[in-house]
Design a protein around this ligand. Sequence first.
Ligand code: PYC
Length: 404
Amino acid sequence: RGFTQRGWPRSWRDHDLKRHYDVVIIGGGLHGLATAYYLAANHGITNVAVLDKGYMGGGGSGRNTAILRSNYLTPEGVRFYDRSLKLYEGLANELNYNVMFSRQGHLTLAHNDSALRTMRWRAEVNKVQGVDSEVIDPRQVKELVPHLDTSTDTRYPILGALYHPPGGTIRHDAVVWGYARAADHLGVQIHQHTEVTGIDVDNGRVTGVRTHRGDISAGTVINCTAGWSTTISEMAGVFMPVTTSPLQAAVTEPVKPFLHTVVVSGTLHVYVSQTDRGELVFGASVDPFTSYSTRGSLAFAEGLAGNVLRLMPALSGMRLLRQWAGLCDMTPDYSPIMGTTPVEGFLVDVGWGTYGFKAGPVAGEAMAECVATGKMPEIIADFGLDRFASGRLVGEKGAAAVGH
Ligand code: PYC
């Protein structure tokens, strides 16, 4: 396995590219690595390569705000994300890696009647699916988060909230590293800095992948990218109804722990949680334009600060330390696109919008099953690419953490 220069054991190995793999996964983020891990762990498929033009977890997996929840709006979405949360709960054991899962509970604030109505709707759908969510009043909100301004004479008074106790946060990098190390142990090859330049298709069937390090033949190719999901799919001749927008986030200096619940306001386009190190992690809605830029902007920092202070005026003295952006591939119904495509052997796990991170484990589990059995697992059957032609959409916009 080898050691780094500092004497630390390597988490995964480097390899020369082989000429053939049974499965090539494009995209070494959480989804690609989880798929590789479950292919090997659940189905014994180990002749697998994970390719990434950058480093493992350098895209959305390392840029999200690490929030976990399953309080979605559609039954399909709730079932799917609930399975993911269950896998997250057991992940430290499964991977033998400290992923720092923290079940703090998740609050989505309602500042007007229509938001409150949507919270009630979500709470009922959640309960029917066996997921713990309920609407609470401003007094209960204040008990959970004393720093929130729950007074009634504000521009955006808090009328209530959807409270989801199973939600929380996790250490996002650790999740990526844990899956990568476990997949490597099982024989999967991880190839960082390996850019895919083309996908070979013969007679409607995928036959291989071209990279700047050489060509590979493969029976199955899975597109697990974000930001470049349309570019990769187009290499196989598959069109994706996806547009890409940046989503910015920021982190403050560390302070003594005072916030023990994830707080989200869709109306104010802001969410906040506190890490174990004491930093506050903030995010907003996607930038209102399409772009592949991962740089932060002053306009975002200004807008964010104003909205955070509307919610928690006591934070006015805190300093932002860093800001960044990740790329969100948005679909028309805000649900992902998963499974088979018209090109045989070319599968996709894309279009994750603003909630791909929380779906990583279940997406990997389901995609691995799809490859191993050749059938769409029931849990992702509603997320197929064909739904855009049939019109059977899975509208999840009402459960997006933030306005879009
Ligand atoms: O869907 O919970 C969410 C979320 C948080 C940050 C971005 N999306």
